[in-house]
Design a protein around this ligand. Sequence first.
Ligand SMILES: [Zn+2]
Length: 167
Amino acid sequence: MSAAAAGEGGSETHLRTGTDRGRRSIENGKLEIDNSCILSDSLGTAMHEMSIAVELLQCVLAETARHGAVRVTQVQLTVGPMRGVVGEAMQLAWQIASENTPAAGSELEIIEPDIQARCRLCDTEFQGAVDDFLCPNCGKAEVDILAGDEILLSRLTCETAEEAPLP
Ligand SMILES: [Zn+2]
């Protein structure tokens, strides 16, 4: 799903435009970037937050280029509790990773959704915790994780150059 395709009728995605001192800003209300931007987990756990920041930056810059934007002002990262991301470390890593790029100085907002799990034995869905996956119905801990381990670029706010066409 692209921002352009989502249109204004979408329940979750909307684009707002406005002119501000010769710049046009595009805000993707809740743009769930397509699968290519769900960050991969390939970099391992060394310097965990920095690895995420580097991948996040790649997604951000790709989206920025796709929208013809020149500067990134705000980035929202949705990261499930199971990822073990430390907020302060993530902020610092983002600051470092985005230096000397169009995303330099952008604000990083970190959203931490609840963990949702579904029991494989009785199909009960419940809110789990990082250290607690016992089914409240049958007491077993054989679950599928429905949410809480995701990591994705959930919103991107950027400025386009004045003449740039809207996507
Ligand atoms: Zn159960």
